[in-house]
Design a protein. Structure first.
Lengths: 246, 45
């Protein structure tokens, strides 16, 4: 008869029911391997108990007791402590989404240009700095490349993809974050059309950040209005990418 | 808690707020890991 380590441990710890205890003791007769395993478990227990017994029973230091008995008032300054502040965007300043009418022709181009102005004006560090000032998204190479190829959540470059989903009209859509601009783009023909965009406020630029957490509420609202069902999981995303997002 | 302080399984699982099965599994893994470490250091558990 064999016993697992959990059962033998319970035997050594005197936690077994009498019937199980009796089974082990019966098996112990003539089973030297079982006896050795139990002996090792007992020695370990004795070793640990003996090693820490004096520490457990020794009185607590005066400094420790004082620290518990007299906690610092909540208003006490913590000058020596290093506090990491996780900044959040101010709730009083919701970003305004820029909805792009579909099909986007005529006045729609003006709205699109306005929606992209923030991203285009990012400056030298902007990933789409090579694009003309009023260029549609399809000409912003790094963003388009990310929308085409990059998996959600991965962050190998200047553009991050938040989530991917299928819209109610059957098109694939993806949220993205490029420098200080977040947006939502949906597949149209061979390219991507921006459906909403908003500046990611500077307060969101912390060390610990994700594309999803930095997506402004305005863009998330646009996602809510368009999404059909749940966002794509990794497998569905790979499948959609393989079909060129069609 | 069990091996050093001598708490029963029930006491330890209550304090840690984990199921008894989780406690016993962790105990078994902890024992094995400790025995391995002690053997590697030349001690005989």
């Amino acid at each position: 008869m064999t016993f697992d380590d959990k059962t033998l441990g319970a035997y050594v710890d005197d936690e077994l029911e009498p019937v199980d205890r009796a089974r082990i003791e019966a098996a112990l007769v003539g089973d030297t391997d079982l006896a050795a395993r139990i002996d090792r478990a007992r020695r370990l227990r004795d070793l640990l108990g003996g090693s820490f017994a004096s520490i457990i029973t020794e009185p607590a230091s005066e400094r420790f007791v004082n620290a518990i008995a007299k906690p610092e008032p909540a208003s006490a300054p913590l000058a020596s402590a290093q506090i990491l502040k996780f900044q959040t965007p101010p709730k009083s300043k919701p970003e305004k989404a820029v909805e792009v009418p579909k099909p986007w022709s005529g006045p729609g181009w003006g709205v699109l240009a306005a929606s992209l102005a923030v991203g285009v004006a990012i400056g030298v560090a902007a990933p789409w700095r090579d694009a003309p000032r009023d260029a549609p998204l399809s000409r912003s190479r790094s963003v388009t490349a990310a929308l085409d190829h990059q998996a959600s959540g991965h962050n190998p470059g200047p553009v991050r993809i938040g989530l991917s989903f299928k819209s109610k009209d059957g098109a694939y859509c993806r949220t993205f974050l490029a420098d200080s601009t977040a947006g939502l783009a949906c597949r149209e023909g061979n390219g991507w059309a921006v459906r909403a965009s908003a500046p990611a406020t500077s307060e969101t630029h912390t060390v610990y950040r994700t594309a999803a957490s930095e997506t402004p509420a305005a863009v998330l609202d646009a996602v809510d209005a368009l999404i059909d069902g749940a966002p794509l999981d990794a497998a569905a995303e790979v499948s959609a990418k393989a079909r060129n997002w069609r | 808690m069990v091996l050093v302080e001598g708490l029963s399984y029930q006491e330890a699982s209550d304090l840690l707020e984990i199921p008894m099965g989780t406690l016993t599994s962790r105990l078994a893994r902890g024992r094995t890991a400790l025995q391995t470490m002690l053997l590697e250091q030349g001690a005989q558990p």
